[in-house]
Write a protein that binds this ligand. Structure first.
Ligand code: ADP
Ligand code: MG
Length: 246
C-alpha cells in the first residue's frame, strides 16, 4: 500500500479562530475515507488545505509525496493530482456540458479537442448523461449538474478525489443518483475523501470513518459498521443521535 495523502500536525487558524488543531491523517491509494462531524468543525477547511486552496499555519500536507505549499511553483502540478467537487456546482452557465468538461484538460493538460471530447462522452455515458452533452447547465437538474461536476473532475485523471457535501444542496430525489455515482467510483478503486451528512451512504461507502469535532479528529476507525452501531466516544454518540430519525 502506498500513501497518497499524508497530513502531519496540520494547524489552521483564521485570525484568532483556531479551526484545525494538530490533524494527522494518511490516506492510502484506493482507500475511501469519509469525514463526518458537526457543522463548523473544520471539514471544508480541511479539504481546502489538502490542495493548497488555504494556507496553513503549521504542519505539512503531502500529496503523492510532494509537499502542498500554496506559494510553491509546483502547486499547479499538485492540484492536478486532486479532483474536487463542491456543494455548489460551479459550471460555466454560458458553456454546454461538453464544453464545461473539456475546458481544463485542453487548457491545463494541453490535450487535443477530439481526444478530450471522446473521453468526456465516455465519462458522461458512465454517469448516464451522454444525451445531455450539448445542454446548458440551466437545462439540467441539480443532480445532473453535480454528475457533470464529477465528470469534470474525473477527466483530469486525479489521484485522489475530494467531495465536500456534494448532495447537501440537492432536492431529496436527486441525492440518490449522485451518491450512486460516487459508490461506483469507490467500487472501481478510486481514492476518495468524502465529507457528507448522509450517514447511510457513509456506512456503505467508507473504508474508514474520521469523526471531526471542533477542529480535532475525535475518532477514527476502519470498523465502519461498529462505529455506526456503537462509537467509542461520547461526542460521536451524541452526533450520531442527531441522525437517529433516519
Ligand atoms: P465545516 O465544513 O465543518 O462546516 P468549515 O471548515 O467551513 O466547517 O469552518 C470551520 C470554521 O472556520 C468555522 O468557524 C468557520 O466560521 C471558519 N471559517 C471557514 N472559512 C473561513 C474564512 N475564509 N475566513 C474566516 N473564517 C472561516
Ligand atoms: Mg463544510
Amino acid at each position: 500500500m502506498s500513501e497518497l495523502v499524508k497530513v502531519e500536525h496540520l494547524h489552521k487558524e483564521f485570525g484568532k479562530n483556531v479551526v484545525l488543531k494538530d490533524i494527522n491523517l494518511s490516506v492510502e491509494k484506493g482507500e475511501v475515507v469519509v469525514i463526518i462531524g458537526p457543522s463548523g468543525c473544520g471539514k471544508s477547511t480541511f479539504l481546502r488545505c489538502l490542495n493548497g486552496l488555504e494556507g496553513i499555519e503549521g504542519g505539512i500536507v503531502y500529496v503523492d509525496g510532494l509537499p502542498v505549499e500554496p506559494e510553491s511553483k509546483d502547486i499547479y502540478k499538485i492540484r492536478q493530482k486532486i479532483g474536487m467537487v463542491f456543494q455548489y456546482y460551479e459550471l460555466f452557465p454560458h458553456k454546454t456540458v461538453i464544453e464545461n468538461i473539456i475546458l481544463s484538460p485542453m487548457k491545463v493538460q494541453k490535450r487535443n479537442r477530439d481526444d478530450a471530447v471522446r473521453e468526456a462522452i465516455e465519462l458522461l455515458d458512465k454517469v448516464g448523461l451522454a444525451d445531455k452533452k450539448d445542454y446548458y447547465p440551466r437545462q439540467l437538474s441539480g443532480g445532473q449538474k453535480q454528475r457533470v461536476a464529477i465528470v469534470r473532475a474525473l477527466i483530469m485523471h486525479p489521484d485522489v478525489l475530494l467531495f465536500d457535501e456534494v448532495t447537501a444542496a440537492l432536492d431529496p430525489e436527486m441525492v440518490h443518483e449522485v451518491l450512486q455515482t460516487m459508490l461506483e467510483l469507490a467500487k472501481n478503486g478510486s481514492t476518495m475523501i468524502i465529507v457528507t451528512h448522509e450517514m447511510a451512504f457513509a456506512k456503505a461507502v467508507a473504508d474508514r470513518i474520521v469523526f471531526f469535532d471542533q477542529g480535532d479528529i475525535v475518532e477514527e476507525t476502519t470498523d465502519v459498521k461498529g462505529f455506526f452501531e456503537e462509537p467509542s466516544t461520547e461526542r460521536a454518540k451524541k452526533f450520531l443521535k442527531t441522525f437517529a430519525y433516519e
